[in-house]
Design a protein around this ligand. Sequence first.
Ligand SMILES: Nc1ncnc2c1ncn2[C@@H]1O[C@H](COP(=O)(O)OP(=O)(O)OP(=O)(O)O)[C@@H](O)[C@H]1O
Ligand SMILES: [Mg+2]
Length: 116
Amino acid sequence: LIRHLPDAKVTLFHVSTSVGRVNLLKSKFNVKSLLEEDAHQAIIRTEYKFKQEGLPFDLDVALGDPAEEIVRKAKREAYDLIIIGSRGLTVFKELLLGSVSQRVVHEVKCPVMIVK
Ligand SMILES: Nc1ncnc2c1ncn2[C@@H]1O[C@H](COP(=O)(O)OP(=O)(O)OP(=O)(O)O)[C@@H](O)[C@H]1O
Ligand SMILES: [Mg+2]
């Protein structure tokens, strides 16, 4: 999709739910670097795919409740499309959508693409 939209700008967004006291001390309270490290670990395969394809992207991070932070960002910035997975890691549940994707679909105003 991105390859067919040469003007598209992509932001990969990851929300950490905690940073941990030990890490906070170790990083001398550099919260942003901790969040970026956490995000990098979580989405390394996605980053790799973008790099492999030579597609530019921004990485953005936040700390808090994932659904809340995604919705907040979507409301604050003018995105044309949000691409989100249907499930996270807790795939054993029988629900169609995870709680994060469900809340995002309900609460944002822009189009949402759900990837199964
Ligand atoms: N912390 C997060 N940061 C960024 N995106 C997230 C985060 N958590 C979930 N998502 C997005 O939401 C999609 C669906 O994940 P979700 O968490 O809703 O499902 P789940 O983990 O299966 O269920 P639940 O979290 O309700 O137990 C993911 O594929 C991802 O795109
Ligand atoms: Mg989840």
